[in-house]
Design a protein around this ligand. Sequence first.
Ligand SMILES: *[C@@H]1O[C@H](CO)[C@@H](O)[C@H](O)[C@H]1NC(C)=O
Length: 684
Amino acid sequence: MEIRKSFCSFYVVLLWLLNISIQLAGVFGHDSTGPVPGGGTDASGAVKLLCDDPKHVTIDNGIIQLTLANPIGRITGLKYHGSENLLHNVESKFWGAYFDVSYNVIPPRQGAGGLHRVEATKYTVITEKPDIVEVSFSAAWNPELTDSVVPLNFDIRYIVRKGDCGFYTYVVEERLKDWPDMDMSLHFFVFRPNKQLFNFMAVSDEIQLVMPTEEDRATGITLAPKEAVLITKPVSNPDLKDQVDDKYEYIQEQKNSKLKGWISDKSKIGFWLIQPSTEYMNGGPIKYDLSCHLGPTCVMVFTGEHVYGNDVDMVFKKGEGWNKLFGPFFVYLNSDQDRAGLWKDAKSRLEKEKQLWPYSFVQHKDYLPAAQRGSVIGQLLVDDKYICQTPKEACKAMVGLGAPGTTNEAWQREAKGYSFWTEADEKGNFVIKNVRPGDYNLYGYVPGIIGSLRHPQLITVKPGNEINLGQVIYKPPRNGPTIWEIGIPDRSAKEFFIPDPDPKALNKFWLDKPDQKFRQWGLWDRYPVYWPKEDVVFEVGRSNYSKDWCFAHFLRSDGKTWNPTIWKIIFDLPEVCTTGSYTIHIVLAAAELTNTLVYVNDLNARRAHYMTGTCGDDNAIARHGDHGFYRCFSGPLPANLFVKGKNTIFLKQARSNTYMFAGVMYDYIRLEAPPPPTAEPKEL
Ligand SMILES: *[C@@H]1O[C@H](CO)[C@@H](O)[C@H](O)[C@H]1NC(C)=O
C-alpha cells in the first residue's frame, strides 16, 4: 500500500512535470522541432478538425484553436493554450478577422463597387491528416450576381500544422476573360485582436508603444483627413489629451513590415503577422502601406494604394483572364514575461519562416514549392561618367524581377503578377532566389543614384534553373557636369527640413525620434509658420537643405483655396555656355494633384521653361509619408535662358486647389551644364 501510494504520487509528479514542460514548450514558442508539445485537448498533438456546430469549423492542434465561420470563412475565434478568444469577440462588423476588397466597376455606376467584404459560400476540406489540416472557403462569382459583389472568384485557405503556435493563411483570386471591367485598388486581411487584452503595438524595432483605445478616440475631434482624431477626453491615459491618433502615422515600407503585431500586457501573449516573402505584393520594396493601428487592428495588405494612389491599381478589361495567389503568411502566437522577450521571439520566428520559404506543405496547385522555382544572379554596375570614369559597383542596390514592362518604373505600377526583390551586396552582386517560372524584366535602383533600371533583356525563369546575367550596367539619367544639387537621391524627402508639429495636436511618441518626424499630423499647416510670407529661397553655396528646404512643397491657404507657391533656387554662374541646353532633373519622392513648373530667371515668361505635367495621386502628404510614388523628370533648359552671374530658378506648384494635401515632395534636384563638345553623343 505504502509502496503503491508513493508509486502513484511519483506518477502524479511525473505527469505534472510533463504538463509543465509541455506548457513551457508552447509558451516559449519552441514548437515543431523535437518532441511535439501536446497540452490543450490532445496529448498526441494531432491536428483535429471539429465540426460539431454547423455554423463553425474549429481546427485544434493542442496549442491553438482556430474557429472559422462556415461557410463564410471569416475567423471568429483564436485561442492559445486554452486562453479566452484572442480576437474581437463580439458579433459585429469588426468580429475576428476578415478579408476586404476595394474596387470599382468601369465605368463607375451608382451602387457598384466600393469596399466589399468577401463572404465565402462553400467550405471544403483540402487536407485532414494528424500533422496538418488545410481548409478552403470559396466564393464564386457569376454574371447573375449583383453589381455589389466584386467580380472575382475567391478561395481563402487556412492551414494548421501539428506543433505550430499559429496558422497559415492565403487567398487565391481569379477572374474569367469575359467578366466586367474593373479597377481593384486594395485587398487586405484585417485582424482585430481582442481589445480587452491587447494594448501594446509593435511594428518595428523602433515603433513600439502602448496605443490609445477606441474609447479615447470616440470623444475626440475629427480632423482632416478624417482618419485623424484629436483626443480630448482620454480614458486610458490622461497624457493622451491633445494628442492626435491617425492610423497612417504607422505606415510601413513593405520590406520592413514582415513582422508586426500586438502584445497583451495582461496575459503576456503576443499576436503577430509574419510574412517571409512579399512576392505577391505590389509597388516594390519601399511601398508604404498600413501596418497596425488603434483598434487594436492589424492589417495584411496584399496589394494596395493607400500611399501610392491609383497609379498602382489593378485594372482589368474585358478579355483579360487572371489569377494570383496571395500569401501564405503566418499568424503567430507566443507568450513571455515581458514585451522585449515577445518581440525577440517573434523576430526569430520570422527568421525561421524565411528558412521554410517556399513552404513545402501548401496544397494549392498555384503555390510552387522550391523545386519548381528558379533563380537569377548577376552584378549591377552604375555607369555615370560624371561620378566615375569606369562603371561603379552598385553598392546595396535594390534589384528585382517583375512583369515585363515598357518603362523603367513599370515595377512600381505592377500588381497583377509576382515580383522578387533582393538587396545587392557592397559590390552590387545579387542573388534572386525562389522565383516562380515565367517571363520577367530585371529592375533596380541604387542608393545615391537617380532613376530606375529596366534591363531590356526578357528573362525566362524555368524550374530548377539558375540564370547568370553577369554584369548588368545601369546608365542613370545624366547629360552634363553637375552645377548644383539639392538633397540625396534616396527616394525620400526625409533629409530636408521637417516643421515641428503643432504642440496642441501632435503625437508625443515621435518627439524623441527625429528621423520619424514626418509622421506627425498637420505639417501642411506648419509651413506658413516657418515661411510666413515668402516661400522657400535656397541659395546654392549658402543654404543648407536640412534647414532651408522644406520636405514638401505645399500650397498656401488664403482661407478659401490653397494657392500656388513659388520656390526659388539662386545660384551663380561664373560663365555661361552659349549653345546647347542645360538639364534639370526634378526627382519627386511623392506627388498629389500637382504640376511643377520650372522657370529660369523669368517668372513671367509666357510658358514655363519646363514642366513635369499634371501628376500625382499618392496622398503621401495627407498620410504622413516621407515618400509615395516615385517620379524622375529630366528636361532641357536652353542655354540662352541663363546669364553670367546671379541666376534664379523658380519652381511653381501651379495647380491651386481646394484640397490642402496637394503638393510634392522632392527627392532630389540637380542642374547640369551642357555636355562639353568632346563628350560622347547622348544616348536616348
Ligand atoms: C546642415 O544642417 C544640419 C542640421 O542643422 C547640420 O547637421 C549639417 O552639418 C549642416 N550642413 C552643412 C554643410 O553645414
